[in-house]
Design a protein around this ligand. Structure first.
Ligand code: UDP
Ligand code: MG
Length: 317
C-alpha cells in the first residue's frame, strides 16, 4: 500500500526545510505503508524550488512538479492529485499549519473504511481576526447557498481514498474548489477535529484578491442561487415601481396634488439602473466562467518534473 502526501508550495523558502524534516519524522513512524511526497512548486520566485530539488536528488520518495508560473493553490493541489499513485492521498499545506502528526488519525479512519477524512479546525491561532471572521462567515454562507453539504471550518487538509481521487481526476472543470468537489463526490466521509497551528514562518500567500477569487469560485461553482437573487431583485424593483405607478395614478385622478419634481424620477432611475447593473454583473460572472471552460486550456503548465519515473502518464498537462 502506498500513501501519497501532496504539498503545494508558493514562496515557502522560510519553512520548506522544516516541513521536509517534520514530514520525514512522520514517515518514520508509519511502518505498514510506503510513502511518496509530491511537492508542487507553484511558480515560486524564491529558493523554494532549488531547496526541493536538492532534497529530491537524494531522497527517492520526494517528487517535484515545477509549474511555469503561479497558478494558484487549488490548481497546485490538482496537479498533485493527477500525479499521485497512492492508495490513499493526503493534502497538506507547506507552512505546517496542518500538523503532519494528525495524519496518523486520518490513516486510522481510512483503515476503518472511510473514504474521506477531512480535518476540521477547532482553533486557528496566529491568524488575524479579519481572516478568522471572514473565513467563518464564508463557510456558513457557502453551506447555505450550495446544493451539496460542504463541511464547516474545513480546509483542504484531508485524506482521500483512491476511489475519491479517481472521481476528482474525472472532473474537468477549470474553476477548482477542491474541498467542495470532494463533498460532491460522496463516499463515506468523516471529520477529524484538529488544532490548526501558527504558520511556522513566512507570511500567508493568500492575498485579499486571492481570497475573494477563492470565495467566489466556491460559491459560483457550487450554487446557482446568485442568479435567483438577481431574479428576486428584479421582481422587488418591479413591485416597487408598480406601487409607485398606482400611487401616482391615484393622486392624479382623485386629488389635486400630483406627484411632481425630478427627485422621485431620479431615485427611480438610479434604483433601477443599480439593480440592472448588479444583475448583469452576476450574469457576467457565470458567463465568464463558461467562457473560461469553453477555451479548454490545460489547467496548468509544468516546467519540470523531478523524481518521476518515465512511465508515469499524466492525465492532465
Ligand atoms: N499556495 C500555493 N499557491 C498560491 C498560494 C498558496 O501553492 O498561489 C500554498 C502555500 O504555499 C501553502 C498553501 O497553499 O502551502 C496554503 O497557503 P497559505 O498558508 O499562504 O494560506 P493560509 O493558510 O493563510 O490560508
Ligand atoms: Mg497557511
Amino acid at each position: 500500500m502506498l500513501l501519497s502526501i501532496i504539498v503545494p508550495c508558493y514562496n515557502e523558502e522560510a519553512v520548506i526545510a522544516e516541513t521536509l524534516k517534520r514530514l520525514s519524522t512522520f514517515s518514520e513512524e508509519v511502518n505498514d505503508l510506503d510513502i511518496e511526497f509530491i511537492f508542487i512548486d507553484d511558480g515560486s520566485k524564491d529558493a523554494t524550488r532549488s531547496i526541493l530539488k536538492q532534497h529530491a536528488a537524494y531522497d527517492h520518495r520526494i517528487r517535484l512538479i515545477g509549474f511555469s508560473r503561479n497558478f494558484g493553490h487549488q490548481i497546485a493541489v490538482t496537479a498533485g492529485i493527477d500525479a499521485a499513485r497512492g492508495d490513499a492521498v493526503v493534502l497538506i499545506d507547506a507552512d505546517l499549519q496542518d500538523p503532519p502528526e494528525a495524519i496518523h488519525g486520518m490513516l486510522e479512519k481510512w483503515q476503518e473504511g472511510y473514504d474521506v477524512v477531512y480535518g476540521t479546525r477547532t482553533d486557528r491561532p496566529g491568524e488575524t481576526a479579519f481572516k478568522r471572521t471572514t473565513a467563518k462567515k464564508f463557510y456558513r454562507l457557502l453551506n447555505r447557498l450550495s446544493d451539496v453539504a460542504i463541511p464547516l471550518d474545513t480546509g483542504d487538509f484531508r485524506l482521500m481514498s483512491r476511489a475519491v481521487v479517481n472521481t476528482l481526476k474525472a472532473m474537468p472543470e477549470r474553476d477548482r474548489f477542491v474541498r467542495g468537489m470532494v463533498s460532491w463526490a460522496g463516499f463515506k466521509q468523516v471529520a477529524l477535529p484538529y488544532q490548526r497551528s501558527k504558520r511556522f514562518a513566512g507570511k500567508s500567500k493568500y492575498s485579499l484578491p486571492k481570497m475573494i477569487r477563492f470565495a467566489s469560485d466556491g460559491i459560483m461553482s457550487f450554487s446557482a442561487k446568485p442568479l435567483q437573487l438577481a431574479m428576486a431583485m428584479g421582481m422587488g424593483a418591479s413591485l416597487l415601481a408598480l406601487i409607485g405607478i398606482f400611487y401616482a395614478l391615484f393622486l392624479r385622478i382623485f386629488t389635486n396634488i400630483w406627484v411632481e419634481g425630478w427627485t422621485a424620477l431620479m431615485i427611480a432611475v438610479l434604483f433601477l439602473g443599480g439593480v440592472q447593473l448588479i444583475c448583469i454583473g452576476i450574469l457576467g460572472e457565470y458567463i465568464g466562467r463558461i467562457y473560461k471552460e469553453s477555451k479548454q486550456r490545460p489547467l496548468y503548465v509544468v516546467q519540470e518534473y523531478c523524481g518521476f519515473s518515465e512511465e508515469i502518464a499524466f492525465s492532465r498537462s
